[in-house]
Design a protein around this ligand. Sequence first.
Ligand code: CA
Length: 228
Amino acid sequence: MPHILIVEDEAAIADTLIFALQNEGFTTTWLSLAEQALAEQQRNPAVLLILDVGLPDISGFEACKRLRRFSEVPVIFLTARSEEIDRVVGLEIGADDYVVKPFSPREVVARVKAILKRMVPREVPVASSVDGPFQLDSERVQIHYHRQLLSLTRHEFRLLQSLLAQPERVFSREQLLDGLGVAADAGYERSIDSHIKSLRAKLRQVSADAEPIQTHRGLGYSYSPRHA
Ligand code: CA
């Protein structure tokens, strides 16, 4: 049974989540401090974290940053007010989704299920994997570029995976967001640009002159084997 870690300092909120998740066949651990949760995730990894932004010890944002040093587990933020979270910041930190309090526990469960469903590795044919500079191993969630292993975040991996699957195809930002499995809105579209930027920086460290990810002004991005 998939195990979910709930990090929330308000017992009443945690209770409704525990009840709703267990009803749907999940097992849960509830902790009220971020530091405890980080230790727990190292000891006994959950498949997904539900992380309150306003925690008594360190903020959920800070906790997520620390989590990302050792884990790419999906994170859903719980926020008290809509303005508490900058959507772009949330996504850049590496959150997968967020919900604003008060929320319906059923909605949270639906989002948990949606994220876990997207985690199931998809078979993506990579035309260039045989003789191109990229080698994609979807089971290990690894991409080699010119025989060097890229150190990618989960979002960067998904982005590159989508682009590599269809060389020369121009993907809109919205289509790339679909590949990441996050809801599309204006803020999230900008965050695609920031993921592309960090991805390009990593590719340049391997091959300084190549530009495998091409920008198409007003349209989006493509993978160009000719420039790889
Ligand atoms: Ca709180």
